[in-house]
Ligand binder design. Structure first.
Ligand SMILES: [Zn+2]
Length: 149
């Protein structure tokens, strides 16, 4: 579960060529594993995940190579029309289940959410998650939103 502890600081830097939103750096290996079609990525380039919910771009690099969300196996949870809205891609736990656990079990921490759902039971984020990183960040965000209500 090392991936869940280490760097929560995200390297946000490049700009999506379609929507001009900032992207988050993603390992090429992660993208390759999530592609539906056989398609070559530019291995010497750095790819980014477009964080704009309205944009159809999943990944892009600074040479304008674009991977659309329709070319990716899993729905990217924060994108418009994502169904289901998966938070933990490794254990297939949805946003709905996590919100439900926060509400009904009164969870205050990621640890409590993990104890009350299947989230993070399996941890292979590099190949399963569109970010290539652990979902604890997203669980934390949901906790903040729900507990600030
Ligand atoms: Zn975009």
């Amino acid at each position: 579960m090392d991936c869940c502890r280490s760097n929560t600081n995200t390297s946000v830097s490049n700009i999506c060529p379609i929507c001009n939103f900032q992207g988050e750096r993603v390992n090429t290996k992660t993208i390759e594993g999530l592609l539906i079609i056989d398609r070559n990525l530019q291995k010497d380039k750095t790819y980014y995940l477009c964080l704009n919910s309205d944009c159809d771009v999943a990944y892009f690099n600074d040479s304008n190579d674009i991977v659309l969300k329709s070319e990716v196996k899993v729905p990217i949870w924060y994108k418009k029309d994502a169904n289901p809205k998966t938070i933990c891609y490794c254990s297939k736990v949805t946003e709905e289940e996590i919100i439900d656990a926060i509400k009904t079990k009164n969870c205050k921490t990621v640890k409590e959410v993990v104890a009350n759902t299947n989230a993070m039971k399996i941890s292979n984020c590099v190949v399963n998650s569109p970010t290539g990183k652990c979902c604890s960040r997203q669980i934390n965000d949901l906790l903040k939103i729900m507990n600030n209500k």
